[in-house]
Structure formats: structure tokens, C-alpha cells
Design a protein around this ligand. Sequence first.
Ligand SMILES: O=P(O)(O)O[C@H]1O[C@H](CO)[C@@H](O)[C@H]1O
Ligand code: HPA
Length: 266
Amino acid sequence: MKESIERAKKYITEKVEITPEIGLILGSGLGFVADDIENAVLLEYTEIPDFPHSTAPGHEGKLVFGKLKGKNVVALKGRFHLYEGWNPETIKFVIYVLKSLGVKKLLITNAAGAINKSYNPGEIIIVKDLINFQFKNPLKGQNLEEYGPRFPDMSSAVDLEWASKLKEKVRKLREGVYIAVLGPSYETPAEIKAFRKLGADLVGMSTVPEVIVANHCGIKCLVLSCVTNMAAGVLETPLSHQEVMEVAKKVKEEFSKIVFHALEVL
Ligand SMILES: O=P(O)(O)O[C@H]1O[C@H](CO)[C@@H](O)[C@H]1O
Ligand code: HPA
């Protein structure tokens, strides 16, 4: 893996001058955040040696480097989900590449279903904790000690200080617990009832592996979920990825504004 990280890093640093301090992982239909990046330099995932490529709809597959709210950033316009067939280690590789480029903080975004019935589609929620219901761990396999410990602590997996600074600025933001499932099938109503009993407010098929690796290698994370639908069984209507992307698109302005605030408070 070390050689692959070096190869990807070398390619990227030859093309891009800035050192990104903050990484942004943009969820389904949320790629628009990258459109506000100034002096943008775009790299396709497919041109970067050893880098995985995007296959999920609504995930374009580009790294976008530049300035956002005065900060040097790199946005991943497209993430990697385990249901696409990627090994969990692929997510470790991608986060290690970000680390090797200089990323110190990660703003992770996702589209999620609301298990908590008081949430509304279009609402943006700060994730305060996570449940790994994928039962896979991206850190399995040989540990690279220079990146982080074999047994990382997960008792504060998300940066609650960053979250509270954002909440001071955007008071209406509510918090919740995100549960990650493998997907790609959406959940059954019985599963959603069970997840509610486990203490989950939001459900999605991503984010947790990214947070695990970031936490392991000392990158602080803030996670923002865009509620794109009520989870299975809450309403009578069937779920669809088309709807997920449409709702994400509708909250474009509001979502971008909150991302800007999240960068400004740093
Ligand atoms: O988590 P992101 O990538 O935002 O996408 C969410 O939306 C898709 C399902 O509609 C799944 O990929 C789920 O994880
Ligand atoms: O309801 C959902 N379930 C799982 N993943 C999702 N991503 C968006 N909505 C959902």
C-alpha cells in the first residue's frame, strides 16, 4: 500500500500546487459543494495512479483542489462505497492519500434516511456518533504504524468541538447518530424499527469507514447528513436513489451555506 500511496501522491503533487488542509467528501447528489471552490484544479480519479474510480450514480469521480472560504481544500466529488465492490482497504488507501497530501481535517457529507421521525426531508443534521452495522473494518490487514495505531480509540470519533462551533453559528442544526449499513438494497421497515431501538437517528451506506480511518490517522472529522428521505416504513412511499439525489439538489443553497460556516469556524 505504501508504494501506491506514494505513486498517487507524486502524481497529484506534480499537478497541484496547493497543500490542502481540509478534505471534503461529498455525498450522493452533494457534489455541487465543489462548484464554489476558487482557482479549482480538477483531477479525474481515473488519471491518478492506483486510485479507485466512482461507480455510484451522483458521484462524479473527481478531486477538486482550490480555495473555499479562504481555506486550502480538496473535495472528493464522489466517494467509495463497500456495496460497489471495493474492499474496505480501498477506503483506507484514499484517506491515507489525503493524509499524505497534508489534510488535517475532514468534512464528511452524506445523504441519509431519517429513522428519527421528528426529522424532515431536506433537513441537515450534525452526526454526533456512529454505529458500524457494515461489520467490516477498513483497518483490517497489516497496520502502517506511521499512519496510526493498530487499535485506535473511537470514543470521540467525530470532532465535537468543531460541531459545537458550527452549532453556535447555525443554532437550528440538530444532532443525531448515523448507522451505516452495507447496502445497496435499502432497509426493510423491520430493520429500521430495530435500528431505532439501537439508538440510530439516520441511516446510510457510507461514512463510517471514512471516519474510522480518519480517526486512526489523526484527521479530525465533522459529519453532516442531508436527510433525503424518511427511512423505510416511516411513510408509505417506496425509496429511490432518484429521490435521494433530487432532495439533495433542492437543498443546494442551504447545504452549501452550512458547509461554508463549517469552514469559517475553523
Ligand atoms: O452516503 P452517500 O454516498 O451520500 O449516499 C447515500 O445514498 C445512496 C443511496 O441512495 C447510498 O450510497 C447512501 O450511502
Ligand atoms: O434510507 C436510506 N437508507 C440507506 N441509505 C440511504 N441514503 C439515503 N437515504 C438512505
